[in-house]
Design a protein around this ligand. Sequence first.
Ligand SMILES: [Zn+2]
Length: 333
Amino acid sequence: MTQDFDSSQIVRMNLFELTNEELHHRLLSRAEEERRLTHQILQLIAEVDQRRLYLPMAQASLFDYLVKLIGYTPASAQRRIDAARMMQQVPELGRKIESGSLKLTQVSQVQQVLRLVRKKDNIQLLPNEKKDLLAKLENKTGAESELILAQVFKLPPQTQFRQKIQQDESVRIELTLSKEQMEVVERAKALLSHALPGASLAEVIVSLAERYVKTRIETKSKSKAECKPETQTKADVEAQTRTDQGSSSATEGVASQRRRLSQQAIPAAVKKDVLGRSQGCEFRDAKTGKVCGSKRFLEVDHIQPRFAGGGNESFNLRAMCSSHNKFRYTAGC
Ligand SMILES: [Zn+2]
């Protein structure tokens, strides 16, 4: 007899009772379990690969088997195949994946590069060379790993510009930006993060182009309007004067309110200065000392809050991402 209950409901009920610390540690321990499980899955995939189990199961390849019969996405399947095959040559890899010092994506990056240099330069690495290479990538980010691999194998930068019109008339573009050019693009992306949260690079480029086009059109129509002869009639002027006089008393309260608010607002130049000097969000975890550092959705925050007498002087201001800015006030820290 099987006991039928909704385990997810029970888990959720228990989660409400956890303190923040308990919640963090629970997640940390489940992530460790997940990595242990990933190691075991890689061992199983390696065994399926050795036995060519996919063939009697009517699958042409290990990749097809993992996608069609096991249910991985193509990208997930390829990452696991790359890691399982690397693990057969470098058995230590399993433990590194389990500890989190190496990620599946990094192993996949290595395998891709190895396939490339084998094909192009007929270079084959020995298992101990692969082991050394993986050691160089430990605890590195995907971008750092990519750079290390490019430097180790002296991969020439791809500079060829490619533009291809596809079946649905979309255009596929491949281009190379220098480090400095990419930094400018990333800066623009970060500045646009309020208006375009989570936007892709393509969306950022299109948005910048649209903004430029709009500015040009507005400038043109403005200069045209300035050249136009005065066509306003006396009646128009009188009507406008009446409207202005009638509404002046009603808007007085709002105007003085706005004036007061504008006096409190941080001057644009000061804001620009604070954001310009910032290296990213300055929120610091009091316990670990870790600084957020995000460059997205940056806002200017008062170190000494305004309600507590803090002013708009530059020394009382710092950059903070909008999430941390909100958090700081809701958590009162
Ligand atoms: Zn932050």
